[in-house]
Ligand binder design. Structure first.
Ligand SMILES: Cc1cc2nc3c(=O)[nH]c(=O)nc-3n(C[C@H](O)[C@H](O)[C@H](O)COP(=O)(O)OP(=O)(O)OC[C@H]3O[C@@H](n4cnc5c(N)ncnc54)[C@H](O)[C@@H]3O)c2cc1C
Length: 321
């Protein structure tokens, strides 16, 4: 029997997040019958985009209450779709919103849940996913053995390729969104100043640690980031010291990132930092201590004083812009 997969697309301001196309790739790896749910104030346009990227049957739900992500209303609308279309596997993004939504959906639908997956395969209708566990120290394979339960998974962004062109059809769903009213209302979303490059979506990240000595030296790191068009990351040490805001923190209690290129500048490489960035494709570490643990996972290591190395690199990158 072909497995039915429901992918949950993510949009912000009516624009699809890149991870939505990665979810389609994940669903295709499983095979079977693919559906993609798309919720927005006016979903038809972005539903068409998903369909043209191979999103299968794209279920478009529109309504003013869906303009902004809201746990309760989104979960109720999607639960309605689950009841109607009976998927065995529901795939969402391991983003700020996706993690909350899929956990809520799993609880509401008495399902099984695996979060932050980095691999997936299917044998018939048995789906096996790969995910890091115990703070990233162990990589485990999990299978959904209880055939009666729906399997809910969140997918780590930037691990899978985005789906290219493909076939699909848009199905406009008429859901009475007002009947799914929530106890909370999101009235407005305000974009934080200075978040031009989002850590989760960035291809390049330059991250700073306690080696920079003080907040006044962040400018040095920011210049290196700007020369590469990179997002700015940070270790918890400098977030706790209030040199930079929490939204920049990478690691166990911060963001998990997976860019093509990650610069760790003056970061020792504590395990809690590594679990948030060790799957980056290329890691460049700059540290004056040759025994710093960060060098164990670095693709390239520069042993030296960051106050000399960083300006020299910035000048080179600026010159090559
Ligand atoms: C429950 C828990 C959760 C945690 N979560 C996180 C998390 O999410 N993210 C996170 O990052 N940490 C986290 N931590 C903290 C973590 O254990 C480390 O304390 C932290 O990552 C250290 O940050 P750091 O590498 O910037 O500082 P340090 O460990 O102090 O390292 C500074 C580095 O800079 C180098 N250096 C100094 N001067 C220079 C120079 N002039 N040039 C070049 N190099 C220089 C030093 O050699 C050193 O290696 C967590 C800890 C716990 C217990």
């Amino acid at each position: 029997m072909a497995i039915k997969v429901l992918a949950i697309a993510e949009q912000k301001d009516g624009k699809l997040s890149n991870v939505s196309f990665e979810l389609i790739s994940v669903a295709k790896k499983v095979g079977g019958e693919l559906m993609t749910a798309c919720l927005a104030e006016s979903a038809d346009g972005i539903a068409g985009e998903l369909a043209s990227h191979g999103g299968g049957k794209v279920l478009a739900v529109s309504g003013p209450a869906l303009k902004y992500y809201n746990d309760e209303s989104y979960a109720r609308v999607i639960s309605g779709l689950i009841e109607k279309y009976q998927p065995q596997l529901v795939v969402g993004p391991a983003t700020f919103y996706g993690k909350a939504l899929l956990a809520r959906l799993a609880a509401m639908n008495d399902g099984a849940m695996a979060s932050d997956i980095t691999g997936i395969k299917a044998d018939g209708d048995v789906v096996t996913v790969t995910r890091p566990a115990y703070g990233g120290n162990v990589i485990v394979d999990l299978s959904q053995n209880d055939g009666g339960k729906i399997f809910f998974i969140t997918v780590r962004p930037k691990v899978f390729e985005e789906s290219g062109d493909g076939d699909g059809e848009v199905v406009t769903e008429t859901v009475d969104v007002s009947a799914t009213s929530s106890r909370s209302t999101v009235k407005e979303m305000i974009t934080e100043v200075g978040t031009s490059v989002n850590l989760n979506e960035a291809d390049i990240i330059v991250a700073a640690g306690r080696g920079i000595r003080g907040p006044e030296n962040l400018e040095l790191i920011r210049k290196l980031a700007d020369s590469l068009g990179a997002a700015l990351g940070a270790s918890r040490a400098i977030v706790d010291a209030e040199w930079i805001e929490y939204r920049h923190q990478v690691g166990q209690t911060g963001k998990t990132v997976n860019p093509k290129l990650y610069f760790a500048v003056g970061i020792s490489g504590a395990i809690q930092h590594l679990v948030g960035m060790q799957t980056s494709k290329t890691i460049v570490a700059i540290n004056r201590d040759k025994d710093a643990p960060i060098f164990n996972i670095a693709s390239f290591g520069i042993i030296g004083d960051l106050f000399e190395v960083v300006p020299a690199l910035t000048a080179k990158f600026e010159a090559n812009k």
